[in-house]
Design a protein around this ligand. Structure first.
Ligand SMILES: NC(=O)c1ccc[n+]([C@@H]2O[C@H](COP(=O)([O-])OP(=O)(O)OC[C@H]3O[C@@H](n4cnc5c(N)ncnc54)[C@H](OP(=O)(O)O)[C@@H]3O)[C@@H](O)[C@H]2O)c1
Length: 334
């Protein structure tokens, strides 16, 4: 099968189209013929991982050390990138009961990657679900990672109807779903993003949009019940003044100072900082599928690239110009 392979960390030039062995599903696995995948934050980090300085990694140093063991210290352990995918089940292992050949699915490989290839294997109880019927494979391939991460984290802070919520990074892979999910849960939502993405964030349903190049939300005087800060770039010092009494400041990316704020505020009955990791739950993919089919969640695709131009897709994804998701089309469904 064809796959985009990388054997060393570095620029997009390390991504090479190659012929590799087609995987065989184990007894509890399905074999997916991949039609589309997307280029997300995890793919960009995975590609350059060994060359990242600790300051460029959006998590505390111990988590970077753990990631080194998982991803590969000097060279990548899994040489095919790609976390999010959509495709069709071609074959199933003998113990598989939840899926059958011909099922149209979408899913998430996480940091084990492998979706930049014509085929991949997934355990049937992994992050895999039937694809939303009203989405193309290209659209569905942009949903899983960002969608379930946003959903899991919003549940961890117990989002409630009527809350005033600020999503910092509302135009990104996680924030665009966090915004739409927060609206679905009945919150009044303000999104923060850069100038070129303001219209997109409005179109996703934000009640208000703040352009971070024009306005510092920590100094505007507005306050919120929940701030969901995806990228963690906002000033540590500003968090307290943007919260209402009993408010929560949730960091999806967090460094040691954010963790210290969490520790210090852990026992507070008032404002709290929360740093949390999303939990993988395949049921969340089914929940997202239902919301998409009910028209509550949509996706925005900026560009689609064929598999052989995956390196160009990475270049564009990190150019700072993308508005919405970057899709890699692996094959065309017949
Ligand atoms: N906690 C977890 O379980 C978990 C799981 C996965 C990932 N993560 C973390 O999530 C992050 C990646 O999120 P993503 O995939 O959504 O990234 P992304 O697609 O690259 O989006 C980044 C967002 O941040 C915004 N942004 C950039 N600079 C900003 C600034 N100075 N002020 C405010 N917003 C700014 C961007 O806005 P513009 O593009 O409009 O400029 C964009 O909306 C990583 O740091 C990763 O560590 C956490």
């Amino acid at each position: 099968m064809k796959a985009v392979v990388y054997t060393e960390y570095g620029s997009p030039d390390v991504l090479q189209l190659k012929e590799v062995e087609k995987p065989t599903p184990k007894d509890n696995e399905v074999l997916v013929k991949v039609f589309a995948t997307s280029v997300g934050y995890g793919d960009l980090v995975g590609r350059k991982f060994g060359k990242l300085r600790p300051s460029e990694f959006n998590m505390p140093f111990p988590l970077m050390v753990a990631a080194k063991f998982a991803i590969g210290r000097k060279s990548p352990k899994n040489t095919i990138l790609g976390s999010d995918f959509a495709g069709e089940i071609e074959a199933v292992g003998k113990n598989v009961t939840r899926f059958k050949p011909g099922d149209q699915v979408f899913g998430y490989k996480g940091m084990t990657f492998g979706a930049n290839a014509e085929y991949l294997c997934m355990p049937e109880d992994g992050m895999l679900a039937l694809k939303p019927a009203n989405m193309t494979y290209e659209e569905a391939a942009t949903v899983p990672g960002g969608g379930f991460t946003a959903l899991s984290l919003l549940r961890k802070v117990n989002i409630q109807p009527g809350q005033k919520v600020l999503i910092v990074g509302a135009s990104g892979g996680i924030g665009s779903y966090a915004l739409q999910l927060a609206k679905y849960f009945g919150a009044e939502v303000t999104g923060v993003c850069g100038t070129p993405r303001v219209e997109m964030v409005k179109a996703l349903g934000a009640d208000k949009v703040i352009d971070y190049t024009q306005e510092d939300f920590t100094k505007s005087g507005e306050t919120y019940d929940l701030v969901f800060d995806v990228y963690g770039k906002s000033l540590s010092a500003g968090w307290r003044r943007v919260l209402n009494p009993n408010g929560r400041y949730l960091f999806a990316s967090f460094k040691t100072p954010h963790l210290l704020h969490m520790l210090v505020t852990a026992k507070s009955s008032d404002k709290k900082v929360i740093c949390a990791l999303a939990s993988e739950n395949p049921e969340d993919l089914n929940f997202l599928k239902e919301l998409i089919e009910a028209g509550k969640i949509k996706t925005v695709i900026d560009r689609c690239y064929p598999l052989e131009q995956t390196a160009d897709a990475h270049r564009y994804a990190e150019s700072g110009h993308k508005t919405g998701n970057i899709v890699v089309m692996v094959a065309h469904p017949n």
